[in-house]
Design a protein around this ligand. Sequence first.
Ligand SMILES: C[S@@+](CC[C@H](N)C(=O)[O-])C[C@H]1O[C@@H](n2cnc3c(N)ncnc32)[C@H](O)[C@@H]1O
Length: 195
Amino acid sequence: MNEHVSDPYVHQAKLVGYRSRAAFKLLEANDKFNFLTKHMSVVDLGSAPGSWSQVLSNTLGSNGHIFALDLLEMELIKNVDFLKGDFREQEILDILVKKLGKTSLDLVISDMAPNISGIKSSDQAGIIHLNELALEFAVKWLKPNGCFLVKSFVGEDFDGFVAETRKQFEKVTTFKPKSSRDRSSEIFVFGRNRI
Ligand SMILES: C[S@@+](CC[C@H](N)C(=O)[O-])C[C@H]1O[C@@H](n2cnc3c(N)ncnc32)[C@H](O)[C@@H]1O
């Protein structure tokens, strides 16, 4: 709680009107890799409460397509088409794909994370499973040269996941944003240009 109250990113998020400090992780990723453009089609996985979608909405306006999905409800964001459901379920995936219609994607971003149980091995297995599903989705629905950003945790099977991602994208980079808490094992993987 103390950490939250004294966190500069929490203050900044409040000031600017972002629903979560997570916005700064996406902004930092974009500063580093420069992948957000005005006319793109994007899927935002694990979108609630919605700060990444807010960043997308601010950047794209009504010029692109923004699809967002989360297990939890998310308050409306202008120009964001939200679907509530579990990305691991085929039925939800089918609804998302139906929403995409003929849109092929420029970018897939995933901030999905399981509820942290504190049991490291099971939390790790949970996020790697979500990472693999997000990668599979991205490879299937991204345009050639489309990009992929995904949050993971350093630990068992992370290197294997990065190796799988490297097979699908021209260049893959891992990085930890400054806005990611030091004690967190979270790390982001960015894939540029789907092969
Ligand atoms: C760190 S939060 C995302 C924050 C979000 N990027 C933002 O900027 O507001 C992780 C989200 O992943 C979602 N999530 C976890 N597992 C999921 C799943 N299987 N399907 C869909 N969403 C999932 C959680 O409900 C949670 O809202």
